[in-house]
Each structure stands twice: as C-alpha cells, then as structure tokens.
Design a protein around this ligand. Sequence first.
Ligand SMILES: C[S@@+](CC[C@H](N)C(=O)[O-])C[C@H]1O[C@@H](n2cnc3c(N)ncnc32)[C@H](O)[C@@H]1O
Length: 326
Amino acid sequence: MDGREDQAVAPMRDPAPPAVPRPLYTTPLGTMYVADAMDLLRGQPDGSVRLVFTSPPFPLVTRKAYGNAPAGEYLDWFLPHAREIRRVLAPDGSLVLDLGDAWIEGTPTRAALPQRLLVALLDGCGYHLCQEAASHNTAAMPAPAEWVNVRRCRLKSALEQVYWLSPSPFPEADNRRVLRPYSADMRRMIARGTETRRRPSGHLQKAAIAKDRGGSIPDAVVACGNTDSRSRYITRCRAAGHGLHPARMPRPLAELWIGLCSQPGDLVVDPFAGSNITGAVAEALGRRWICGDRDPGYAGDSRFRFEPEPVLIGDAARDGTGADPA
Ligand SMILES: C[S@@+](CC[C@H](N)C(=O)[O-])C[C@H]1O[C@@H](n2cnc3c(N)ncnc32)[C@H](O)[C@@H]1O
C-alpha cells in the first residue's frame, strides 16, 4: 500500500496500552487517544457512530512490528471487537475493514483468514456484506520475497481486501459524494452526445449516458502508487528523527470510504488508527472523529498529519509521549 514498507520505519514495539484511553491531542473535529481498541470502543454510546473505518493488525501468519495476533488466534481476537463495533454503529452505519495479505508460513499458499473472518462477521455478528472492494498498490514490493523474488513461483501480491459491512442492507451511502473527474473519452462523449444502442455484451447503452452528472462513479478498487513521500507526515517525522509507521494506508482509500459512507458532521471512528490517516481525512472532509492506537509513538507522531499541528495534551505534553525514542 501507499508508503508501506518503503521508508525507514519505526522500531519493533509491543507496548501495553494505558488502563483507560488517554487523550493525546485534539483538533477542531476530533481527538486522538492512546488506547486499547476495546477500551476506546467501550467508551462510545450505543448507535453513536456512522462509520468505523479501520485497518486492524492484519491476519498475518508471521508477526509484524505492531503486534498482530498469531493466525490461529486471529478470529478469537478480532470478533469481540467486531461485536463492540456493531453496538456503537448507528443502525445505518458502516464498518469498512481494510485487511492485508495472509500467507501460510513456509509455503507459497494463502491462508483464508480474511475470508474466514468475513464469514464469521456475516454469520455470527449480524453484519450485512454491502460490497467487497480492494486497494491496489500499483507500486507493490515483490512480496512474499521468497516466493516472488527468489523462487519466482508467485506474482506480486498487490491487492488488499476491503470489506464494507453494515447492520443494515441500506447503510448511509451516496456515491455522488465521491465522484471522479471524467476521462477524456467520456468528456468527448458528453460534448457530442450519443444514441441509444446495444453493446456487443447485450447491454443497452442509453443516450442519457452522455449526460454530464458531475463526474464518474468510482470503482470499488482504489489504485494508488507510492506517492506519499513528500507528505507533511513524512517530512515532519523525518525532521524529528522518528521512524515512519510501517503500514500506512493510502489517503485516497480513506477519502473514498469516509466520503461514501458518512456525511459532514457524522462521527467516524478508527480504533487501530496508527498514523491516523482516518482522523486527518475525516477532519479534511468535515466529519467528527475519534481515533486511537495503543502505541504512544505512532499516535503521537500522527499529529504531524494536521495543519496547524495539534499540541499534545496532559501527561503527553509533560513527558514527551509521542516522541519516538528511535
Ligand atoms: C495496520 S496498522 C493501522 C495503520 C493505519 N491505518 C495507518 O494508515 O497508519 C494497525 C495498528 O493497530 C495498532 N494496534 C494493534 N493492536 C492494538 C490494540 N489492541 N488496540 C489499539 N491499537 C492496536 C498498531 O499499533 C498499529 O498501529
């Protein structure tokens, strides 16, 4: 994904979260906490959240720097979070999950953990599957290196699954909020108009297709390269001598889902926020947000995403929490 694994990253750490969520900084629309995800969720009233948009620690078979659960325990670990998210979601709210790759250790075969998780969410937690989507890293590294780069028996894994779930089959959503600029071809067709005709596929293409409706409807696959290298977050982390979060989500992915599934003024929550792209995009789009990460270093450095930069509050300001000791 955008910026993932490509720069100097923060060192391995597995910090114990504080006993209660600890606010780290606030902005006009949101608050970032150092918190265990369950504690953060438990603090939200029933039905108060329009969108939980999150990329939880991935169901990886080998452990990552930021402390993902071992594969065999992943569902047992994640499902209580999913039930708590269901409780805090508004009846027409959404849970959008961005999940990474899952390979079986030592073999070039895939673990079906994301798929098992999806079935458990549908069968056991009362979610509807609104859409399966994906994030396509157009600048993906050749990973897993052993199979892709060394033995050359697999292709680059450049897709991450995105599952859009909701307690309702009809959650709040409007794709007119996330229209893209028309392609040159489409602009030409709008300019000259077209006749109703049947395409080779049998699909009837009506003349009205050439009407200007403000932009094209995006695909459910967001394609992003690694274009993040000069972002404010990266520049400020570098200037502070701090490692970058190792699994940053591409901004266009957050823009699409927050724009689609929430309205200005709605509350967006990310309990595994890392470098807090969720909060930064929610703020830019006029949504209220509550985000948290159990790692004070990641959470603290996420303030670099905001302009003006929020001031650390309380204990964090006094003891310098958020300053990556690396
Ligand atoms: C995949 S990363 C999220 C990255 C984020 N979307 C971004 O763009 O920066 C998962 C994050 O979950 C955090 N995490 C892991 N276990 C947690 C827990 N129990 N409670 C809160 N955060 C946790 C990790 O510190 C890590 O930053």
